[in-house]
Each structure stands twice: as C-alpha cells, then as structure tokens.
Design a protein around this ligand. Structure first.
Ligand SMILES: [Cu+2]
Length: 319
C-alpha cells in the first residue's frame, strides 16, 4: 500500500461529454424514502437481527408504558384526597418493594439475553472473502482493497485504492448544494436528484453473498462508517484499526453516511456501496487495476456490467 490513492477519481466533465445518463444496471435498495418509518430493507443477517431486537424491545417498552400509565391513572382516581379525607399512615410494604426491584432486574436480564448474542455476532469477525480498508478523511472516504495488488510483477506494493467523494462536494466542483450542474452530474452517474447527499462519485463494490471484512480507521479525526441496510456501524479512530463485517444477500446500490460528527462538512461524506455478482466484481477489479496501470480514471461497475464483460446482473425485487 505504497500509494494510498492509486486511482484517480472519475472526471465528471468526461462523463458529461460522453452523453448523459449512464444506466446503472442495479436497483437502489438502501436509501431513505419519503414518509418512511422504521429501518431500511435488511439485506444481511446482522440487519435482520437488529430489526428483530428492535421490535422485541419495543414490545417490552409498550407493555411497561401501558402498565405504568394504568397504575398512575388508578392511583389518581382511587387514592385522591377527595376520596380519602383521612389518609393512611403506613410507609412500607416489603412484598411490593421486593417486586419493583426484582421485576425490572428480570426484564433487563431477558433483554440482555437476546441482545448480547446479536452484539457478539457483529463483533466476532469471520474469515474474509474480501478485505477492504476504509479510511475516513475530512470529508471523504478512501477505500483500499488490501489483497488486490495492481501489478504483482512490476510493483507488488501498490494495491487497488481510490477516494470517494459526495457528488456535489467541492471536490466535484459543487458547494454541497443542489444546482443544475450537480443534478447533471448525478444523472450522468446514473442517479437522480433524489440521491443528492447520498451518492458518491466512486462506490465501494463488493460481491454478493461473500463475507466482507472492513478495516475502519480515520486519517485526521474520528469518523464512522455506517450502512443501515447491512446493520453495521464502526468508528474510524486515527491510529487504530477497527473491524466490521457483513455478507450482503441482495445485489443493488446501498447508501450510508459518516455517523460521527467529524467537522464542518460531516454531512457531506456519504457512503455508496454497490453489491454485484461475483463475475461483475472480478471484472470491476480487473478493469480498475488496468486503469491504474494505464493511468486512467476509476471505472464504475455499471460500465463493466453494461459492456458485457460480466454475466448480466439479476436485479432482485425491492420489498
Ligand atoms: Cu463525519
């Protein structure tokens, strides 16, 4: 990893000259939707576990709230001063005190018994099929495919790596605001203006149904790499490497964001992940290695797919 950024990021002027919209060949699955409530569609076991745990704890909370509310109403109605002109004078009731100590303890034990296994599953890092190092910078991400040496014969030290900026950020000639130029860039990259603040100029690409291990760190301040549809979030702390893992089960495009306040433009360093077939992933890696050697730009996975270098993408339905 001699050069952290071995690939230049795509030039939008070139994209625009190439003539408008690039079909993505992939469905956008992981993004916020208008009037949406709850979680984004879960495409990993971890995300399903978290969703289940959330529902489970919500039920417990609802029961407790209903019980306490009923108790309050009963006390107000039954034990008010008007109905009890001569108040009782006792101060203690041991059975009730034992109950209100033990019952909450039991509730916490039950919650812990279900939540700790989910936490351990997240934090037990399996053997990786693909290992990627994600480095948070003010204010963009860098992705390094640590096992993908670009040119093993002539330059065994350079791995595939590239920066990922929000479309519309100053790096892409924007000012973090929606303008006609930014919309044109989004369309050129295969998005619409709905994906403003989410879409990036380069995407992290991973194969479907493979175990991906992400090494997360920060280059300057603390950032955090988070992907709601995968149920993962990990702080990127300068000087140390943290790990997260996921196995995405559905091809598509997913959006996440930096989730630790890292400075003035924290809101403008989103994350785009494209989950593709194994064949498309391999072709994408090869195309980008070739681009590094030839001094070319980052190659989007849609170019690989649409050029027919890989098997056609099966786009799964979004439920
Ligand atoms: Cu941030």
């Amino acid at each position: 990893m001699r050069f952290l950024t071995s690939l230049k990021t795509a030039s939008f002027a070139l994209c625009l000259m190439a003539g408008g919209a690039v079909a993505q060949g992939l469905e956008i699955i992981g993004q916020p939707v208008p009037q949406g409530t709850g979680f984004q569609p879960a495409v990993t076991e971890l995300a399903r576990d978290i969703g289940w745990l959330d529902h489970f704890i919500n039920i417990i909370i609802a029961v407790i709230v209903a019980f306490v509310t009923a108790l309050l109403i009963w006390c107000i109605v039954r034990f008010n001063a008007r109905r009890n002109p001569k108040p009782a004078t006792f101060t203690h009731n041991s059975p009730v005190e034992v109950a209100w100590t033990l019952v909450p303890i039991l509730i916490l034990v039950v919650i812990g018994a279900f939540s700790l296994p989910v936490l351990f599953k997240q934090q037990t890092i399996p053997v990786a099929d693909v290992t990627i190092k994600a480095t948070g910078n003010q204010w963009y991400w860098n992705y390094e495919y640590v096992d993908e040496v670009v040119d093993p014969v002539n330059d065994p030290a350079t791995t595939l790596a590239f920066d990922s900026y929000m479309i519309g950020s100053p790096f892409t000639d924007g000012a973090n605001m929606m303008t006609p130029e930014v919309e044109a860039q989004l369309v050129a990259a295969g998005y619409t203006k709905e994906q403003f603040l989410l879409a990036t100029n380069t995407a992290m690409v991973v194969p479907v149904n493979k175990t991906i291990v992400l090494r997360v760190t920060g280059a300057d301040v603390i950032h955090a790499w988070a992907m709601p549809a995968f149920g993962v979030m990990q702080s990127g702390v300068p000087g140390r490497i943290s790990h997260l893992w996921f196995k995405a089960e559905q091809e598509g495009i997913y959006f996440g964001q930096c989730t630790t306040l890292c400075g003035q433009m924290h809101a403008y360093m989103p994350i785009t992940v494209k989950v593709v077939s194994e064949e498309a992933y391999a072709a994408w890696v090869d195309a980008n290695k070739k681009a590094v050697i030839d001094g070319g730009d980052y190659v989007d996975v849609s170019a690989v797919v649409l050029a027919g270098d890989a098997a056609p993408l099966a786009v799964a339905a979004n439920d």
